[in-house]
Design a protein around this ligand. Structure first.
Ligand SMILES: Cc1cc2nc3c(=O)[nH]c(=O)nc-3n(C[C@H](O)[C@H](O)[C@H](O)COP(=O)(O)OP(=O)(O)OC[C@H]3O[C@@H](n4cnc5c(N)ncnc54)[C@H](O)[C@@H]3O)c2cc1C
Length: 406
């Protein structure tokens, strides 16, 4: 049996920085990372469309699920600290106007390389191709797969989203065996399914800066940003950010929620009515298909006219009555799409739900149930929106867990 002071289970975002921090703080201790895939950092390579959106400078203001629990770690390892950490590894970073931080190379591989080389420099042992299937407590030690013994364990195996990148939910039974509870798990940051008869004719059309409101028996969530119409429903960041709330509602109430799309949040309903009346003057001779092309793709404009029950391709814009203009304005501000589900964990960027946060000390990431066991990253019941917030949590919680404080 091989003996270590620390075994980190899971060799991606949270696990790698946990191992780096531990080895930096305790250079004499033996540290190993055990990863089931042939290489570490596979999911990182896919992040940010291959660019890796490392963090977000506004993460402290961000509305994470489990925000209260995250605050200690997020303050201690805030986004600026994380950027400095990466710059200390030789990685040059830049941020955009939304606070999203990327490597200057715009290549996630640069991030993985920087982390890999630091593990190597520090002498952390990386054991790949080794799925951890069993962790037992043996006195004050842990025995992993009956093959490795360690004084401390950091469990950083992710959730169950995007299983092709390694995180297949195999961490939850390991944690349960060590005394932990797991909340309800739903896919998050994933496209929404529903109303294909409405969305399919708009397939491939993107509309930026819309407001989406998810409604069930009350307003469930609200997002702003881009929506992309697909043959099965809605994608784009604003839609994906509603997925966890939609799935939780469907699971609990057994009813489908609706997404109301406001295609023109910058204008009030009355301003849109006025604008449409003006269009009757400017392009009254055109047919209805072209009514909304001044600010929307043509196919989306047609769908809005259809939803207003007005669609008649031959109808001229100048023939619209005030009542009909008001119906169209109403659909520009409130275009309903029924949501029947999501594209599931296979396509999800994140898992919403995980190890119960009240069973983990937020100031150390140590288990309250099992001394010497620490958690980091997505396996915990914490998740955030698109824009670098989930990696920020992975780094912050990983760094904190790596301190190995009691
Ligand atoms: C396509 C995509 C794009 C994304 N883009 C961004 C982005 O740009 N910015 C952002 O902030 N977030 C992004 N995310 C989310 C982000 O990648 C995750 O939140 C983050 O990687 C979670 O880190 P983690 O280390 O906790 O888990 P993971 O990154 O999932 O890592 C877990 C590791 O543990 C290994 N493992 C799992 N089970 C076992 C086992 N039993 N034994 C041994 N090893 C095991 C896995 O193979 C994996 O390497 C994206 C996610 C996806 C899928």
């Amino acid at each position: 049996m091989k003996n270590y002071d620390l075994i980190v289970v899971g060799g991606c975002s949270a696990g790698i920085v946990a191992a780096i921090n531990a080895k930096r703080l305790y250079p004499q201790k033996s540290v190993a990372v055990i990863e089931k895939l042939p290489r570490i950092g596979k999911k990182l390579l896919a992040t940010g469309n291959g660019k890796c959106n490392i963090t977000n400078l506004y993460a402290l203001e961000h509305d994470y699920v489990g925000k209260g629990f995250t605050l200690y770690a997020q303050n201690r390892y805030n986004p600026n600290t994380i950027v400095s950490f990466f710059e200390g590894l030789g990685l040059i970073c830049y941020s955009d106007s939304c606070g999203r931080v990327y490597p200057e190379s715009n290549m996630a591989a640069s991030v993985v390389d920087a982390l890999r080389f630091e593990l190597e420099r520090l002498g952390v042992e990386v054991i790949c191709d080794t799925p951890v299937t069993d962790i037992k407590k043996n006195g004050s030690d842990f025995v992993v797969n009956d093959e490795y013994r360690s004084k401390k364990i950091i469990l950083a195996v992710g959730g169950k989203s995007s299983p092709s990148q390694g995180s297949d939910g195999s961490g939850y039974p390991l944690a349960k065996k060590l005394g932990h509870g797991v909340t309800n798990l739903v896919p998050a940051l994933v496209p929404l399914c529903g109303s294909p008869e409405i969305t399919k004719p708009m397939k491939g059309m993107r509309v930026g800066e819309v407001t989406l409101t998810l409604k069930g028996d009350k307003t469930l969530a609200k997002t702003q940003g881009e929506v992309l119409f697909t043959d099965y429903g809605l994608s784009g960041i604003a839609a994906m950010e509603l997925a966890a709330s939609a799935q939780k509602y469907i699971d609990s109430v057994k009813q489908n929620p609706f997404t109301s799309i406001d295609f023109m949040p910058k204008m009030t309903y009355n301003e849109i009515v006025e604008y449409l009346q003006n269009l009757c003057e400017i392009k009254g001779f055109c047919n209805l298909d072209n009514l909304l092309t001044g600010f929307l793709p043509k196919a989306v404009g047609i769908a809005i006219c259809k939803a207003s029950k007005l669609y008649n391709g031959d109808k001229k814009i100048e023939e619209l009555t005030l009542k009909e203009i008001k119906l169209i304005a109403e659909k520009v501000k409130n275009f309903p799409v029924e949501i029947s589900g999501t594209k599931g964990f296979v396509n999800a960027q994140v898992t919403s739900g995980g190890i119960k946060t009240d069973e983990i000390d937020p100031e150390t990431m140590q288990s309250k149930k099992c001394k010497g066991l620490y958690f980091a990253g997505e396996i915990i019941d914490v998740d955030g929106g698109c824009g670098g917030f989930n990696l920020q949590w992975a780094w912050a919680s990983g760094m904190l867990a790596g301190e190995l404080r009691d």
